[in-house]
Design a protein around this ligand. Structure first.
Ligand code: PLP
Length: 389
């Protein structure tokens, strides 16, 4: 009845393809969920304790718009140590409400109505809607399993038009776990310089790289000032519910993002900022322990899929497997729905991440080994039933 009052862009945007399956899974008793993208670990105790201590000390008020200076300093120290990249804590860092807010701000700061945003697919579900909510036009650039789900400079080149403004990159990738080798990223960087593109590099899974090195896009020659680097705490530090992340970039980009943030969010929650400060100062050992555990599960999961006859791309990072389900004769949505109903295992259909994800499912291995083992027993039964029918 009131729909005609809505912003047409909002009306056009489809609800996330994942929602329906999450609802179905939520109402299914005895479900094992390999659907959600969050660590199964509780945030390390010393981080929780730092938050409680901050509250005890009365840290309950607004902070500076761009975040507590001590946290911005710690972020720049961590970035310098970890990536060898220097940023100024005063005007090149913005602490945000998760990478989600940082992504939204980066797009709104840069994209003008009608500007095109190149979105390599398969990709995280919010890239296309956030690009369009910012007034832009999302232009998908598909990749294939044969090409290791990596983005190729020549494919991007073909998609560039005079309206192209932004390239959105996400490696290690959600949903495929793909990582990009340095030489291929350098070719992408050359294209970005030649076509004067702004790069939004969502590197939320950077620390969860198991094979090869993580190449931070902003470290490539000439890319630091062209790139808005997004980093967060949700995945590597098991802090999804704290809603805390950050953006790094040149003062113009960060200044524009801060301007929007100061009117829309004011600041990230102070207690989460204090917890993030502790995570960066003392959380490296816990993080490495979690990464080792994910890496162990990754091998288990990839082998389990291959053994059951679903060829599985070898993910170099993040915590997702993206096996090929085409031998079952089911679409990715049919597979997902029937797997929930028949065997009580929740995964995500590949087409939720772009059309080229059809024929695949995303399975998170941020779940206990016991749950993974039981889930694979059930999936094995399911796949045998369909492959032979
Ligand atoms: N970017 C990617 C690629 C993600 O996979 C996610 C969450 O799944 C996010 C951003 C959102 O992260 P945050 O919890 O920091 O908002």
């Amino acid at each position: 009845m009131w729909a005609d009052k809505l912003n047409p862009t909002v009306r056009r945007i489809k609800p996330s393809g994942i929602r329906r399956f999450f609802d179905l899974a939520a109402e299914t008793k005895g479900i094992i969920s390999l659907g959600v993208g969050e660590p199964d670990f509780v945030t390390p105790w010393h981080v929780r304790e730092a938050c409680m201590f901050a509250l005890e000390q009365g840290y309950t008020a607004y902070t500076a718009n761009s975040g507590i200076l001590a946290l911005r300093r710690e972020i720049t120290r961590y970035t310098a140590d970890y990536l060898g990249l220097k940023y100024c804590p005063e005007n090149e860092v913005l602490v945000t409400v998760g990478v989600s807010e940082a992504l939204d701000l980066a797009l709104r700061a840069v994209v003008a109505p009608g500007d095109e945003v190149l979105v390599p697919e398969p990709c995280y579900v919010s890239y296309q809607p956030c690009s369009e909510l910012a007034g832009g036009v999302a232009v998908p650039v598909p990749s294939t399993v044969e090409r290791g789900f990596r983005v190729r400079a020549q494919d991007l080149e073909r998609a560039v038009t005079p309206r192209t403004k932004v390239l959105l990159l996400c490696f290690p990738n959600n949903p495929t776990g793909a990582v990009m080798p340095r030489a291929e990223l350098e070719a992408v960087a050359e294209l970005c310089a030649a076509r004067d593109l702004v790069v939004i590099a969502d590197e939320i899974y950077a620390q969860l790289t198991y094979e090869g090195e993580h190449v931070c896009f902003a470290t490539l020659p000439g890319m630091r000032d062209r790139t808005i680097l997004l980093q967060g705490f949700s995945k590597a530090f098991a802090m999804t519910g704290w809603r805390i992340g950050y953006a790094l970039g040149n003062p113009d980009f960060i200044g524009a993002m801060t301007k929007i943030h100061q009117y829309t969010m004011l600041c990230a929650p102070v207690m989460s900022q204090m917890a993030a400060l502790e995570a960066l100062r003392h959380g490296q050992d816990e993080m490495r322990r979690m990464v080792r555990e994910f890496s162990y599960r990754r091998r288990l999961v990839v082998k389990a899929f291959n053994d059951m006859g679903l060829p599985c791309f070898n993910p170099g990072g993040a915590f997702y497997a993206f096996p090929d389900i085409r031998c079952t004769g089911l679409s990715s949505e049919e597979f997902t729905e029937r797997l929930i109903r028949e065997e009580k295992v929740a995964v995500v259909p590949g087409n939720a991440f772009g059309e080229c994800g059809e024929g695949f499912i995303r399975c998170s291995y941020a779940a206990s080994v016991e749950d993974l083992t039981e889930a694979f027993k059930r999936m094995n039964r399911f796949v045998n039933r369909y492959r032979n029918s």
